[in-house]
Design a protein around this ligand. Sequence first.
Ligand code: SAH
Ligand code: SF4
Length: 354
Amino acid sequence: MKKILQDYSLDELKSQLTELGVKMPRMRAEQLYRWANEYVPFFEMTNIPKDVIELLQLNYDEQPIQIYKKFESKDGTLKYVFKLFDGNMIEGVLMKYKYGNTICVSTQVGCRMGCLFCATGLDGMVRNLSAGEILGQVLAVNHDLGGTVSQRQITNIVLMGCGEPLDNFDNVVKFIELVSSSHGSINISQRNISLSTCGIAPKIKALADLNLGITLTISLHATTDEFRKQIMKIANAYSLADLFEAINYYFKKTGRRVMFEYILLDKNTTVHDARRIKSLCKGLSYHFNLIPINMTPNAKVDPLLKPAGKTKTAEFWQHLKDNNISATTRRTLGEDISGACGQLRRKVIKEGEQ
Ligand code: SAH
Ligand code: SF4
């Protein structure tokens, strides 16, 4: 199996080239690192001698992620299905906003967290993505949009595609360091990166200890342990008390506002939920993103996942307002092209099977 070029930092590439016996390893590593971030094939790396390219070709895969399919929504959102070197598929979404382009990347093939409402978890976990495979999604899309390292087309990253980022901790942290490195990489500021987790409490603390500049987003979706356990398996391992202890730790360490994702269901939008949110979040600086549930196969049939109707939703807004809870509705982009994470990948795989 070949190594993935985008898995390495500039210093690591230099050591690799030294090991391979390449002359002037520092200069070649700088050139190679830049090309890796431009996401071009070996034959386009014009300033690297042919014999070195031949050596690299034997050892490295320079484009570990291939764009397999691309769909454009009426609202301009682009949805990508990527093919990995081993044939696995993952998906990514590019959302266009006034302030810039946000890419949503996957961190695993599948997911073992098994949340009831989510399409990604339906087939279980296949494997972790390497740092370079996560980075490859950003670079492939930047390249696809005509961007370069110096004129990037991507301004923001959300780790909200397939997979649970904190279940692939080391590779995700390395990805964040690589994508925000200032040595010829695409150099996206950590302030513009948001990581979403279902709430693996000890890993939230470990993340806090790294003092990265990223935004932490928690998929909360319930205000009681009882209901959370019914829709999110992770709640069996970590209670809301454990989760909020970790969130408070994160907030104290980083001072950064914490974001919450909250699906609007019939069962989680009462006045009591609003009050419990207020008390759970005491002492935090925070904001809620309210999300209309996307109808995945499970969500269609499970009564626990009945969406909040119009009246209930409006009342919930009022309850949040009464409790001074800052909240907005996430603009649901790309609904006509299989919105929620994991749905498109499943669809493309199914079509391929027919
Ligand atoms: N595993 C991480 C990140 C990927 S999921 C996490 O769970 O946070 C990204 C977001 O999509 C999460 O907030 C998740 O709860 C939400 N999500 C998953 N399935 C959904 C659905 N059917 N409708 C609406 N949001 C969904
Ligand atoms: Fe995994 Fe997140 Fe989906 Fe839950 S919502 S199954 S943690 S990807």
